[in-house]
Design a protein around this ligand. Structure first.
Ligand code: ANZ
Ligand code: ZN
Length: 768
């Protein structure tokens, strides 16, 4: 009989079901994939890499007796469907439904063991009812607030962006240069959670790289606030990490957006220069502003250094960010790289105050030119200076900003708030507040969403006083729905609660979370924030949502480039499954290389895993029960490898075993043990061939795997040159043959061999 993958895969995909319910008699395992945004072009072979890995772990855990929750859903709000609607007039709802259907069919073909009855979709009103519900609870607690902000503005998408959505000064979505715009926004107070978001990283089994990115993003710095008095009677506060350098301050610099600038313009001797400079920087993106440091003095204004009374000039400069610290700095050119470059460029004073090296010197050292603090170590001087001067106070600063949470777009969750002139902002408790139909999806570009144009929707009666009121027309950002979706899988149809507390206690937290590392500071930080809020209001029982995180590496195209439709280098899984079968594809994607590394796709490799399965298909079964050391070693190895996410080496050890069995055949019983090992990787063929219907994970015999390998030291003329792992009990000739083939040994063995000293299982010494 031929290996007919199409028939077999269809058969088992129809037969298998992975529905779970909470069951207090069984341990649970919650294995989650980052749910996809289903795009119009469908999956390419790079996408399922993570899904296959999570499927292997899910099947493996089930075999070990865990009650495995392994769900899938769709993250369907966001710009692509909306941009498509703008272009074609097709409602995003329709586009989304089509894309979901396509993705789902593709995932099903791969034989992924999802609990499909728990499928969720973030644009389903029954789902976003609860996204709105969480927002309302945050609003009640003062965690969602309104603010007029100079926000990141994408002139092409015509919407505001969060800091996390601006990559190197460009819009994460469309690549346009991001500018600033003053606009009324809803903001979430993620900063209130900064310390907990930082500290609780220690509870997580996540890649160190991701944790470090979150730490840097939160960016906690210890230092001091320093108050500088100005000659016009006003004051400017700055944040510094180096209060020990205060005697070296030669300049006070404000960001162009600093509120003081506007108010002192009329007092300046060079008013027009300053106005010109402000005009010039306003039109530049952050990235352009970072390219070359420029500035202009505020002539006529000077500040007084609180530690020595010295008068110092006040400037504005483009490299001072309005959004960090207080938007103003004390400039110490002798010990800060940026200040040094700036002072050199404009020929400003430079005073060394920490001795230790060439300027700018940014290290530790003893203070000089610092009055009574001379000779003190800079590390100690920090606290001493803070103690000594009232205008210098201990302070902590974070890079993390509050999360700009509103978007001026159509295809997002409506923010369920009502503006009433009499009552202020009133929550809309009648949720879900559904998106109305619109005729035009085009953003207005005025800072209002297309919803603002729908009068019947906007104009409402105030729920409090019954008077005329208006709905909020901003919508939520695309990240909202993914902040809590892992909770809804636990209880997807609950109409009365976001999640039933009993069920939540059973299934939370997510034990294993698999997805791309591009979410390091976006989704993964936002979700932790919402989770902590839900913990505080008693909705969830764990401090953190995702215990263990694994990031899959990318699958690159043949040409080593990222796969993308536009480059025309994508490979479709449909075609590969049709030709070679889902089992071959699953094996190949895991065999390609270490899970967390990028690897290049190659069709030939897929032919290799297909051949392997054909060998499995036609293994010769012999009578009797044979004790098989290699089988038991393979069981041990595959078990360990799955635990360690080394799917590629697990597969190669199964290949070694099969190559052996091609020569020797094996017993029915041994073959069934092997098929169980293969099952998580290639579930269809293994079930087709299995006689034993009990799907429990095989145990290896300790006796059979016991130390039958040994390390033999290799010497040449008594000098250690190499070592090799070999089976125990080989005789001198066998070991000699192997050893003499090794490169490291060949190098030393020239001419004829005079004598060989051999200690079995331990050492071989070749004398030449
Ligand atoms: C004086 C000084 C002397 C500084 C020195 C550094 C070295 P981190 O560590 O990232 O928190 N700074 C403060 N606010 C700023 C702003 N709005 N835009 C640009 N730079 C700003 O950085 C803190 C340091 O960044 C602060 O300490 C300040 O420069 C600068 F030898 O103050 B420092
Ligand atoms: Zn009212």
């Amino acid at each position: 009989m031929n290996y007919d993958h199409k028939f077999i895969e269809k058969k088992w995909q129809e037969r298998e079901s992975f529905e779970v319910e909470e069951d207090s008699t069984k341990p649970k395992f919650y294995c989650l994939d980052m749910f996809p945004y289903p795009s119009g072009v469908g999956l390419h072979v790079g996408h399922p890499r993570g899904y296959i890995a999570s499927d292997i772990v899910s099947r493996y855990k089930r075999m070990q007796g865990f009650n495995v929750l392994h769900p899938m859903g769709w993250d369907t709000f966001g710009l692509p469907a909306e941009n498509y609607a703008i272009k074609t007039g097709v409602h995003p709802k329709i586009t989304v439904a089509e894309n979901v259907a396509k993705f789902k069919a593709q995932l099903k073909q791969l034989g992924l063991s999802y609990n499909w009855s728990r499928e969720i979709n973030t644009t389903d009103p029954n789902y976003y009812k609860w996204t709105q519900w969480i927002f309302l609870r945050m609003f009640e607690q003062g965690l969602a607030y309104e603010q007029v902000l100079p926000i990141n503005w994408c002139p092409s998408c015509k919407t505001g962006l969060a800091n996390e959505e601006v990559v190197a000064g460009k819009c994460e979505r469309c690549g346009a240069n991001v500018t600033k715009k003053n606009i009324r926004q809803w903001v979430l107070k993620i900063t209130k959670y900064a310390d907990r978001l930082l500290e609780d990283l220690d509870l997580l089994d996540w890649p160190e790289k991701i944790k470090e990115m979150q730490r840097n993003w939160i960016g906690k710095s210890y230092g001091a606030d320093v108050l500088f008095k100005l000659n016009n009677g006003k004051e400017v506060k700055v944040f510094t990490t180096r209060p020990d350098t205060l005697f070296g301050v030669t300049l006070l610099i404000l960001s162009p957006e600093h509120p003081l600038v506007e108010s002192v313009l009329s007092e300046l001797d060079n008013k027009q220069d300053v106005i010109n400079y402000l005009e010039e920087t306003k039109n530049k993106s952050d990235i352009e502003r970072m390219e070359e440091k420029t500035g202009v003095p505020l002539s006529g204004l000077f500040a007084i250094n609180p530690v020595n009374g010295k008068q110092i000039p006040v400037w504005i400069a483009n490299y001072i960010l309005s959004s960090y610290g207080y938007g103003a700095i004390m400039s110490v050119p002798a010990h800060d790289q940026r200040d040094y470059e700036f002072a050199k460029k404009y020929d400003l004073e430079i005073i060394e105050v920490v001795s230790g090296g060439e300027l700018p010197y940014t290290g530790e050292g003893n203070l000089v030119n610092s009055g009574s603090f001379n000779g003190i170590k800079s590390s100690e001087a920090k606290d001493k200076i803070i103690k000594e001067f009232d205008s210098v106070t201990k302070s902590i600063n974070y890079k993390l900003r509050d999360w700009v949470f509103s978007r001026q777009r159509y295809w997002g969750e409506p923010i369920p708030l009502i503006h009433c002139e009499k009552c202020g902002i009133v929550p809309e408790e009648n949720i879900p507040l559904e998106l109305p139909e619109v005729e035009n999806y085009q953003p207005t570009g005025t800072g209002e969403s297309p919803l603002a144009a729908i009068k019947e929707w906007v104009n409402v009666k105030c729920p409090k006083c019954g008077g005329d009121a208006k709905r909020e027309t901003n919508t939520m950002p695309q990240w909202a729905g993914s902040c809590w979706y892992y909770l809804r899988f636990i209880d997807p149809d609950n109409d009365n609660a976001l999640v039933d507390p009993q069920k939540e206690k059973y299934f939370q937290p997510v034990d294993l979370y698999i997805g791309g590392s591009e979410h390091a500071v976006l989704h993964l930080l936002y979700a932790r924030f919402w989770h902590k809020f839900l913990y505080d209001i008693g909705v969830v029982s764990t401090k953190e949502p995702f215990l263990k995180l694994k990031n899959q590496g990318l699958i690159m195209a043949y040409d080593g480039q990222k796969m993308s439709k536009s480059k025309g280098n994508t490979v479709s899984p449909d075609e590969m499954i049709e030709k070679y079968g889902a089992d071959s594809l699953r094996l190949y994607e895991m065999f390609l290389g270490p899970f967390e590394e990028s690897v290049a796709w190659n069709d030939n490799g897929l032919i290799g895993t297909r051949r392997f399965l054909e060998k499995v298909w036609s293994i010769n079964l012999v009578e009797g029960n044979i004790e098989d050391r290699l089988l038991h070693q393979t069981i041990k190895k595959v078990t360990k490898d799955i635990e360690e996410f080394k799917f590629n080496t697990a597969i190669s050890s199964m290949m070694i075993l099969i190559n052996e069995w091609v020569k020797t055949g094996t017993s029915r019983e041994n073959f069934d043990l092997f098929l169980k090992l293969l099952y998580p990787f290639a579930p269809h063929i293994s079930q087709e061939l299995m006689k034993d219907s009990d799907l429990s994970w095989p145990q290896f015999s300790e006796f059979l795997v016991e130390d039958d390998v040994t390390t033999i030291a290799i010497q040449v003329n008594g000098k250690f040159r190499d070592s090799v792992q070999l089976a125990k009990g080989l005789n001198q000739q066998e070991v000699e043959n192997i050893v003499l083939e090794r490169e490291k040994v060949k190098k030393w063995v020239s001419g004829s061999i005079k004598k060989v000293v051999f200690i079995p299982d331990k050492l071989i010494n070749i004398l030449v």
